[in-house]
Design a protein. Structure first.
Length: 174
């Protein structure tokens, strides 16, 4: 395995060499996130990131990294079951979203080229979105800089032909 010391330069990066080398930022070593394996049975990632009582927009994002491994090299189906960004102000709870997903959301790097930005989702209208990917590792990045971001993402492998060098397919739930 090749180890490249890039954490000081790009703390939120990962590098793909002959095998996948995963890096998580030093400031969030064990607080959230996980490496999970996609199986044919449906599994879920459920997480809340941020503080619902924090109604101010912070300069920096809180981030949580999940790595969905696909050792069988099948097609992985990911479904956004729940996604909401919420905060409390004056005792009331508000759900929010914005163009560009700058306050919080989830980024799913389902494409073949990890250097590109992933698909970003950040509001309740994204419930039911289905993403397909055949990558051996699918990074899922939960992020928040205002309030709390709640995510439930279901994933499983399906019997579909491998899609190599094809962009991930995003569709509405049937």
């Amino acid at each position: 395995m090749v180890v490249i010391q890039i954490l000081e330069i790009a703390p939120n990066a990962f590098v793909r060499m002959d095998s996948v080398v995963l890096f998580a930022p030093k400031e969030y070593p064990n607080t959230c996130g996980a490496t999970v394996k996609a199986l044919s049975e449906k599994q879920s990632i459920e997480d809340t990131l941020g503080d619902i009582n924090d109604a101010t927009s912070r300069d920096e994002f809180d981030m949580c990294y999940y790595w969905i491994r696909n050792p069988q090299k099948k097609t992985v189906e990911l479904t956004i079951t729940d996604l909401v960004i919420k905060f409390k102000k004056s005792g009331k709870t508000y759900a929010t979203s914005d163009v560009g997903c700058t306050l919080g959301g989830v980024e799913i790097k389902a494409q073949t080229d990890y250097k590109n930005s992933g698909y970003r989702f950040c509001n309740m209208q994204n419930k039911g979105k289905i993403i397909y990917s055949s990558n051996s590792v699918i990074p899922v990045i939960l992020y928040s800089r205002k309030g709390a971001t709640d995510l439930q993402l279901d994933y499983r492998t399906i019997n579909a032909p491998m899609q190599t060098r094809v962009m991930a397919v995003v569709q509405e739930e049937r």
